[in-house]
Design a protein around this ligand. Structure first.
Ligand SMILES: *[C@@H]1O[C@H](CO)[C@@H](O)[C@H](O)[C@H]1NC(C)=O
Ligand SMILES: *[C@@H]1O[C@H](CO)[C@@H](O)[C@H](O)[C@H]1NC(C)=O
Ligand SMILES: *[C@@H]1O[C@H](CO)[C@@H](O)[C@H](O)[C@H]1NC(C)=O
Length: 582
């Protein structure tokens, strides 16, 4: 891809002596899990309903041996191997999925963490207790073989056990882990949190960044950067300043990755502002969604395919895979092939980094390094100024993603438009109350089941009608920063709506979901795969909301109308919940 003018400042930054991450391993050269003919043939033959399955299978033999056998097979069939032979080949050289991870019950799990006492509604409290139980089902640790023979696995070895999101996501995911960690701390599982943090820090030391998830095929891309925030939550909870001191340089290294590899410059009104974007300068289909990416690329001229794949990977890096946020232009803006993630300056990414810079400044101050504290304070202040100039819209009262090509803001509604409030990344305290008006103007408060990811129905999973737990958190805790009782009341009402949706579905299906359909209060849909159960961040956010508003949240309207019939219903629901708990 040609170098665009907004990419030039990056070269200048490098020249200014920021640590370019040399001597790091290339982000995945595997001819089995990342690219190459074997991957192509197997994925295009669609041996499994979900492409992720194949790239999660481990090898029964050394990779060279497997590749050599495959090469012989491909030659024998003139590179067009019948499905049957391909299937036999995979059966011979690959193990079924899920063999490399063991279930793990966190050692620091205990009954009755304190936060449960803060929940007045008995049904909600019983449910919160079950959410607390679910950590035991989502705990995983690695088999020793992953350490002794890493070349046979797509899984990246982690020393410490961890909590996974659930469903098809059996490895850890970067930004998911922040909300998981919030939940774990409410469950008083600081040891588990420390292990997860250590895993992330080890990844930064090895690769210079944290991959999207714990597989080598995710190494080319990262995920919304929340490591510094995770550390802050852990340190606040434990006062473990020693751990902070030991790892502060690694936190700084992770932020350097975003500075060196993900910076853009925006020229506006004669000023130049440095901000960040999601950007993955690697082509090829995503290994875990290979056939979909290949087929989508086939709808474009050959010369545009590598760029499409790079933009899809950047979309995955954003965590919003996929969304109308990243789609542009004509003829059909809802077509995924119009994805241009790297041409947008996202509000949430810059809010996350702004917060990370502020936390780094606080960390260094705590450790007595005033020079570094001042450096990060100044980076944070520059970013607030840049966000104010490029992303903020005074008239609408919110921030908006900025398109580098059209040089315009995207005025569609997204909960991420309010993420600077959540991140404490604004200079005018009146901004919080403008946000309430913005939500009212966007008609967002009329959705009783939760806040939608957008108002555009594109069929993508990060659009209408899906609601996602982390996006509820961004808006609710953002509004809750207001000094105005009315704005705070709206924050509470949004929390009540979301808890009600989660609780009602749990009562019906005994499951927590990755996302919900806020048009009808059912589990969500759309996107590239079936809705998943588990579910790490949903549980974490539900626990956070119950911790914060436990004295006021209710499990339903039954309590408001306690007629004899409703009492019977309440009693039956109790029995049901009692039956569900182990
Ligand atoms: C092998 O496939 C190529 C391209 O599909 C074709 O041109 C060639 O004739 C084939 N060779 C044999 C021996 O079948
Ligand atoms: C951490 O330290 C602060 C200040 O020294 C103290 O107020 C707080 O109670 C401590 N928290 C824990 C969990 O020890
Ligand atoms: C980040 O940029 C550096 C310097 O250009 C490069 O060596 C490294 O591979 C990049 N990291 C990733 C994950 O792309």
């Amino acid at each position: 891809m040609p170098v665009r003018t907004w990419e030039l400042p990056l070269l200048l930054l490098l020249g200014m002596g920021l640590k370019a991450q040399e001597a790091l391993p290339p982000p995945c050269e595997s001819q089995i899990y990342c690219h190459g003919e074997l991957l192509h043939q197997v994925q295009m033959a669609k041996l499994y309903p979900d492409d992720k399955q194949f790239v999660d299978m481990s090898l029964t033999d050394a990779p060279d041996q497997v590749l050599w056998s495959f090469s012989a097979l491909a030659t024998a069939h003139n590179h067009s191997i019948p499905k049957q032979q391909l299937q036999e080949f995979v059966q011979q050289y690959f193990q079924p999925v899920g063999q490399e991870l063991l279930p793990w019950t966190p050692e620091d799990w205990k009954d009755s963490p304190y936060f449960l006492q803060k929940i007045s509604d008995v049904k909600l409290r019983a449910w919160a207790e079950q959410l607390h139980e679910i950590w035991k089902k989502l705990g995983r640790k690695m088999k020793p073989e992953v350490l002794s023979h890493p070349e046979r696995f797509s899984l990246i070895y982690s020393e410490h056990p961890f909590i996974v999101p659930g469903g098809r996501f059996v490895e850890f995911y970067y930004w998911d882990s922040y909300w998981v960690i919030e939940g774990l701390l409410l469950s008083e599982m600081a040891e588990t949190v420390r292990g997860m943090l250590q895993n992330f820090l080890d990844l930064v030391k090895t690769y210079g960044h944290i991959p999207n998830g714990g597989r080598i095929y995710y190494l080319q891309r990262s995920h919304p950067p929340l490591l510094t925030l995770m550390m802050d939550r852990y340190v606040t909870h434990t006062n473990d300043t020693t751990f902070l001191r030991e790892n502060i340089k690694t936190l700084a290294l992770e932020l350097d990755f975003w500075t060196v590899n993900r910076t853009v410059s925006v020229n506006l009104g004669g000023e130049s502002y440095i901000l960040n974007r999601y950007y993955v300068p690697y082509g090829g289909p995503r290994p875990e969604s290979y056939s979909k990416d290949e087929e989508l690329a086939n709808t474009l001229p050959v010369g545009e395919r590598e760029a499409l794949w790079s933009e899809l990977k950047a979309g995955a890096e954003s965590g919003w895979d996929f969304s109308s946020r990243w789609l542009v232009g004509s003829p059909n803006p809802d077509l995924l092939s119009s994805i241009h993630t790297s041409k947008k300056v996202p509000v949430d990414l810059n809010a996350f980094l702004c917060q990370a810079e502020e936390l780094m400044s606080n960390f260094y101050a705590r450790l007595g390094d005033n020079v570094q504290a001042a450096k990060y304070k100044s980076l944070r202040d520059q970013r607030v100024t840049a966000m104010q100039a490029v992303l903020w819209d005074e008239q609408k009262g919110a921030w908006f993603d900025y398109d580098l090509e059209t040089r315009k803001k995207n005025f569609e509604f997204y909960p991420s438009n309010l993420s600077p409030l959540w991140a404490g990344c604004f200079s005018d305290s009146g901004d919080v109350d403008k946000a309430l008006k913005y939500l009212e103007d966007s008609q967002i408060l009329t959705y009783q089941y939760g806040i939608p990811a957008s108002l555009r129905n594109t069929g993508q999973q990060w659009d209408f009608p899906n609601g996602w737990a982390p996006l509820q958190d961004l808006v609710i805790r953002g509004l809750a920063k207001s000094h105005s009782p009315r704005t705070q009341e709206v924050a509470f009402q949004l929390a009540q709506n979301w808890i009600q949706t989660n609780f009602d579905i749990y009562s019906q299906k005994s499951a927590m979901y990755e996302k919900y359909d806020i048009s009808n209060g059912q589990p969500g849909g759309g996107g590239e795969y079936e809705v998943q159960e588990g579910f790490g961040w949903t549980n974490g956010v539900a626990m956070m909301l119950m911790d914060r508003y436990g004295d006021r949240l209710t499990s339903g309207t039954q309590l408001a109308f306690l007629t004899p019939h409703c009492l019977v219903a309440t009693f039956l629901l109790h029995l049901l919940l009692g039956f569900l708990s182990p």
